[in-house]
Design a protein around this ligand. Sequence first.
Ligand SMILES: [Zn+2]
Length: 244
Amino acid sequence: MIMTEWKPRTELGKQVAAGTITLEEIFSTGKKIKESEIIDMLLPALQSEIIFIGGSPGKGGGIKRTPTKRTARMHRSGRRYRVSALAVVGDGNGYIGVGASHSKEHKDAVDKAIHNAKLNVITVKRGCGSWECSCGGNHSIPIRITGGEGSNRVMLIPAPKGIGLCINDEAKKVLKLAGIRDVWSKSFGESRTRSNYTLSIFDAFRQMNRMKTEAVVKRPKPDGSHDYPDEDEKSRRKKKGDDE
Ligand SMILES: [Zn+2]
């Protein structure tokens, strides 16, 4: 991608092109990124992965995984196809974005999904919340956190150094791009829909960003009680509704 071709259309884009604003400043002021070039410019190490959400029944059982999902609807003159894609972008160092799209063509759907993923980039709070490790590094996550999409829930649990990513292969792509090296996971509900599984992980990262830093640092008292606010399901839903 050649940056000189970029003509910023938004005020934020102009600031980025002029080099007067950093990504941290954009996130701390809550500005909305509407041009994918902003991310290209501020995160030059950004890489993308396509989550294999498609599949067709193969011979001899099993499903052949495909990058895009093709769905058909009937029309007077025959079948009309729609291709869906889900992309993840990340710099492998604390920034991640997930985006979905659909089109008539495979390549078009993939390109649009990557574009949308860039517009959805968020920071990933990393740390070492594993009591077995307690190294103070950022190879894992600071606390256990659950995210959800549809009927799927995924819990990410801090793991000590060297454990690796204990999660399915498609989800590994997301965690690697986020820059997390060690994590345990548990999933609940329907987890066969890989797009929902991926979006659940992305949601977990968003939940983590909403948590107060104090809650991350403080630990329960020896008697099990604590004096920091608990994020219950109800308040999380409310906040989610506010964002949309
Ligand atoms: Zn550690």
